[in-house]
Write a protein that binds this ligand. Structure first.
Ligand SMILES: NC(=O)C1=CN([C@@H]2O[C@H](COP(=O)(O)OP(=O)(O)OC[C@H]3O[C@@H](n4cnc5c(N)ncnc54)[C@H](OP(=O)(O)O)[C@@H]3O)[C@@H](O)[C@H]2O)C=CC1
Ligand SMILES: N[C@@H](CC=O)C(=O)O
Length: 837
């Protein structure tokens, strides 16, 4: 506390004699006293509190201050002021009648007299023709006077011992360059005298109004009622100031932009000032100064939920998180002065800021790199052009002789600030902020952090601002990491995935800070777009949708909600959908898929997909393309990332073919088994992709490419099990004519069995780079002969695993396991975006 503050407190103590133990100050804003019902609510709230002295500051009824200012201007401009005056008078008289019922008459008489006085003043203004500052000050503070009278009369009517304090009698202030300063000794003395005459325990005080040093009526400026609250809390030597609002305290971010913003339990004065400055809906810093200098706690509380503790603002906050809250200030611009001639020249910064000061342009944020090649600052958009001209004029000579190259103005800028005392001395906070923004594809234009380390501010394009705020808010785990999810192909795998998502959605939000919003589902014919992102009933909603599939609209919808992250999951087998991957990735959309078309498709496209992902940082994940839910691609990736080299791969890569040859013993028709595998969801949408060996060849290509080999499908020697006669048939016709496979398979099976062998469809990439897939006869002792059901087996021979290959084995097909593999990819991507997985 400063020595002057100590003096103030001591003289205040002397003037107010012995202070009772429980003194609490309250402040109610305009929406808390908007009508008779709200006054009743406030009175009930105050009466329920057991306080020895209760000093309550009230604002004008909602909208009244603006209406009064409007009246003064209308009168001075010669416009009709009578009609709005009558409306305002009527509103107050009606409120008095409703609130006070049988006791209304004296207050209504008083109100009539007050409004008559106001009318005289307005008439005088209409004659004068200009709203003098003094008249404006008198008029605009009247709403608080009416309001305090209404509330105190109501409490008195309820039998309370209450006094109304008109702050114009007690509070003395002076207007200076830094705002309104309280004349503490004069105010304390007046209050002490007032208290001698009004010892009531409950005091209702007019906010906003005061007297100045020349004894003229004045007001405390913007946020004046909050300031009055803090001033009277200090004058009454209250132990706490409760500021009543309609929210549960100070929130971690603007809830209109971040619906998941959380109420903060405690803030330090410093944190509250930083949050307030950058636009959070907290008390204004100036209003806190009387409380700060006295160490007086301020509680921001919800008058609709008085049982909620709200936010406590005091000298020390609490230990929660390094970052308490985030604020966003829109409507700004960047002013950038650049030039080699500035390097090492003392006084350049002084000239920039002097020019801006002389032009009365307020500087919001400053940033300069240590190269001194440029100085950049953020100013308000409305003052930006004036600022640019001022700096240009100040550096006209240097601009003319090219010592300074440019005075650049970048419009449509917002400043995002992360605030928290806990940031000081905590490494990694800036990294978390920048990382969150980078992953949300938000470009940072300028950065500022003071040595207090309580605030890191970044300037971003306003178009990215909402997204940036949400990403950073989730990045600091103040809210769940929200991901906009779109699914293409709600067939067997896609459907199973949606069911799994639905079952896990609430748990992931609760435990992993992850909010997966399913905002679009597209099948081949129709699609369904949704704002809420709920997985419940997706099937019925898709069926009911009349919207034809349009992947441009699908994509635009997924990205339109300012959600920081978008993931598209492609569970189709479509090549046309795979065509879109590079574009999505380039736009920062993460792509996850079990569809093999991209991984095994044309090499050029594959490279474009990889390049797009690398350039944008968006993730491309396809673990389920090989081995369904088995960790095949991930295992290979780990080997390679740790410096190993792939020499050869061999295995059984088809769940369908594994299942068919594990089952087929010649007793039942092969075609019947194929139909069964199709029904169980093991096969590709067209089972010929399995039987032709194409599916296996694709998987081999995917693995080879993962290992850096430029293999294409055409390079793989493939043995097809589909007879020529069925290759060109339509899928339905093929299923009908499946029986045509039976004779050939019976013969091959019999031949193998005769020599004590089994049939297995094996994929191989050998040490010389030769790739082949085909049906082979294996001895019964061979590892591949002992697999069960849909088991896949993948053997990696590498530089490290040279004598004995690394083996991944397990079920390699089926909607459930495949969906789980895709889901795991989704969670891995979410973890890189900041989910706690
Ligand atoms: N089944 C398994 O065990 C495994 C499957 N996979 C892969 O998973 C993917 C899905 O397989 P599965 O679920 O069995 O197949 P399904 O045939 O059951 O489902 C495919 C889905 O994709 C939709 N679709 C097809 N083309 C398009 C398009 N152009 N635009 C939008 N939607 C389209 C279909 O819609 P509609 O119904 O309207 O035609 C259907 O909803 C395939 O790529 C497959 O290779 C990977 C590993 C294992
Ligand atoms: N049809 C495929 C499904 C997995 O990729 C298979 O049978 O392996």
């Amino acid at each position: 506390m400063s020595s002057s503050a100590v003096q103030v407190q001591e003289s205040g103590a002397a003037a107010l004699a012995a202070a009772p133990l429980s003194i609490i100050a309250h402040k109610f804003g305009g929406s808390s006293v908007a009508d008779a019902a709200r006054y009743r609510h406030v009175a009930g709230l105050l009466r329920a509190r057991d306080e020895a002295v209760q000093a309550s500051v009230v604002s004008a009824m909602k909208g009244v201050t603006d209406a009064l200012i409007g009246l003064a201007h209308s009168a001075a401009d010669g416009r009709d002021w009578r009609t709005p005056w009558e409306a305002l008078r009527g509103r107050h008289l009606d409120t008095a009648a409703d609130l006070l019922q049988a006791d209304a008459a004296p207050v209504q008489d008083w109100l009539r007299a007050q409004f008559d006085e106001l009318a005289e003043l307005l008439h005088a203004l209409s004659v004068l023709g200009t709203p003098t500052r003094e008249a404006l000050e008198r008029v605009q503070g009247l709403g608080e006077v009416y309001s305090a009278r209404l509330l105190s009369a109501h409490l008195a009517a309820l039998g309370e011992d209450v006094a109304m304090l008109d702050a114009r009698e007690v509070l003395v202030v002076n207007h200076g360059d830094l705002g309104v300063a309280v004349d503490w000794p004069a105010s304390e003395e007046r209050l002490a005298r007032w208290r001698e005459r009004h010892p009531a325990p409950r005091i209702i005080i007019t906010g906003f109004v005061a007297r100045d040093g020349a004894n003229r009526i004045t007001t405390l400026g913007r946020n004046g009622s909050d300031y009055s609250g803090a001033i009277f809390a200090a004058l009454f030597q209250a132990q706490e100031l409760h500021i009543w609002t309609d929210v549960d305290g100070v929130l971690s971010a603007d809830p209109r932009l971040v619906p998941d913003a959380v109420p903060l339990a405690a803030l330090s004065y410093h944190e509250a000032c930083e949050l307030a400055y950058f636009g959070a809906k907290v008390v204004h810093p100036q209003t806190m100064t009387p409380a700060i200098s006295r160490g007086l706690p301020i509680l921001i509380r919800n008058s609709f939920r008085p049982e909620h503790p709200g936010t406590r603002i005091a000298a020390a906050g609490d230990e929660a998180g390094p970052v308490k809250g985030l604020t966003l200030s829109p409507g700004l611009a960047l002013l950038n002065l650049e030039g080699a001639g500035m390097i090492g020249v003392p006084g350049t910064a002084e000239r920039v800021f002097a020019a801006l000061r002389d032009a009365r342009v307020s500087v919001v944020m400053i940033s300069q790199g240590s190269s001194e090649h440029s100085i950049c600052c953020v100013v308000r958009e409305a003052e930006a052009e004036i600022g640019r001209r001022a700096v240009q004029a100040a550096f006209a000579r240097e601009l003319a002789n090219a010592q300074v190259q440019n005075v650049q103005l970048i419009r449509d800028i917002s400043v995002l600030a992360a605030v928290g005392d806990g940031m000081a001395g905590t490494p990694g906070v800036a990294a978390r902020l920048f990382g969150s923004l980078a992953r949300a594809q938000v470009n940072i234009r300028a950065i500022a952090q003071g040595a207090s380390e309580r605030n890191i501010s970044v300037a971003v394009a306003s178009a990215d601002a909402d997204k940036a705020l949400r990403a950073a808010h989730a990045g600091f785990w103040l809210s769940a990491q929200t991901i906009s999810v779109g699914l293409i192909g709600p067939g067997k795998v896609g459907g199973a995935l949606l069911d799994q998502l639905h079952a896990a959605q609430a748990r992931l939000k609760r435990e992993a800070n992850l909010d997966l919003r399913l905002r679009a589902v597209a099948a081949r014919g129709q699609m369904w777009l949704d704002e809420r992102g709920d997985t419940a009933g997706w099937q019925a909603r898709l069926q009911a949708s009349a919207e034809a599939t349009d992947l441009d609209r699908f994509t635009a919808h997924l990205q339109s909600a300012h959600l920081p992250h978008t993931v598209i999951i492609d569970c189709s087998a479509s090549d046309r959908v795979a065509e879109r991957y590079a574009g999505w990735l380039a736009a920062g959309i993460h792509v996850i898929t079990p569809n093999k078309q991209a991984g095994a498709g044309p090499l050029e496209r594959y490279r474009a997909i990889r390049q797009a992902a690398a350039a944008s940082g968006a993730r491309f994940r396809y673990e389920a393309t090989v081995g369904a839910g088995l960790p095949v691609v991930g295992t290979l990736r780990d080997l390679l990332d740790t410096g190993d080299e792939l020499s050869a791969v061999e295995g059984i890569f088809s769940g369908t073919l594994a299942w068919l040859f594990n089952r087929y013993d010649g007793s039942a028709a092969f075609s019947a088994l194929v139909r069964e595998a199709h029904g169980l969801g093991y096969t590709e949408p067209d089972p010929r992709d399995d039987l032709s060996g194409t599916d296996v060849a694709r998987k081999l290509v995917i693995l080879a490419r993962e290992a850096g080999r430029e293999l294409s499908l055409a390079d793989v020697r493939v043995e097809s099990l589909v007879p020529e006669s069925l290759r060109a048939a339509a899928p339905e016709e093929f299923m009908q004519r499946l029986g045509e496979l039976d004779t050939a398979f019976a013969a091959r099976h019999a031949a193998a069995a005769a020599s004590g062998k089994v049939l297995r469809y094996v994929a191989q990439l050998d040490r010389d780079g030769r790739a082949s897939v085909g049906l082979v006869e294996l001895g019964r002792e061979h590892a591949f002969a002992h697999l069960r059901e849909t088991d896949n087996i993948v053997q990696f021979s590498t530089r490290r695993y040279c004598n004995n290959p690394l083996v991944v084995q397990g079920p390699g097909a089926g909607p459930e396991v495949t969906a789980a593999g895709v889901f795991a990819d989704l969670l891995r991507v979410a973890a890189t975006l900041g989910a706690r997985i």
